[in-house]
Design a protein around this ligand. Structure first.
Ligand SMILES: [Zn+2]
Length: 142
């Protein structure tokens, strides 16, 4: 197995489904100046294989965004070489902005002031959100 030195201070984003690490890297860390390691297709007892991202000198990350990509993700915060906390990514129950309503006739597409708020109604393999304006269901895709 490929060995990569652990980090002393920063976060380790673990249990990322294989292939999703690059997505997270591009969304969150592509323009960062801090050292980042992306490990792909690491063997995992739990998942078969997984991706891992290690970020130095960063302690916070958007758990909602990670949860949308893969709710199995865990985030370990490392301080002075020790595990300081371990948090599971969360699936956001509401999303405001950042997603477009699936209904082409929804007012949110034509009115700049109508910002859609989506409420999670089902999280069963895919995430289904209901639009606050037209009640149409939009499946979250990244
Ligand atoms: Zn709508």
């Amino acid at each position: 197995m490929l060995e990569v030195k652990g980090i002393d201070n920063g976060i380790v984003i673990d249990h990322i489904g294989s292939g999703k690490g690059i997505k997270i890297f591009n969304l969150l860390f592509a323009s960062t100046e801090t050292p980042v390691v992306l490990l792909m297709n690491v063997k995992s007892q739990l998942l078969g294989s997984k991706d891992i991202i290690k970020v130095e000198n960063v302690y916070e990350v958007d758990l909602d965004l990670l949860g949308l990509i893969d709710p199995k993700i865990t985030v370990n915060v490392i301080k002075d070489g020790k595990l300081s906390s371990k948090t599971r990514a969360t699936i956001p129950t509401t999303i405001k902005g950042g997603m477009k309503c699936h209904n082409p006739r929804c007012i949110t597409h034509s009115d700049d002031y109508a910002i859609p708020e989506f409420t999670l109604i089902k999280a069963n393999g895919k995430l289904e959100y209901e639009c606050s304006f037209c009640e149409e269901i939009t499946i979250y895709k990244l």
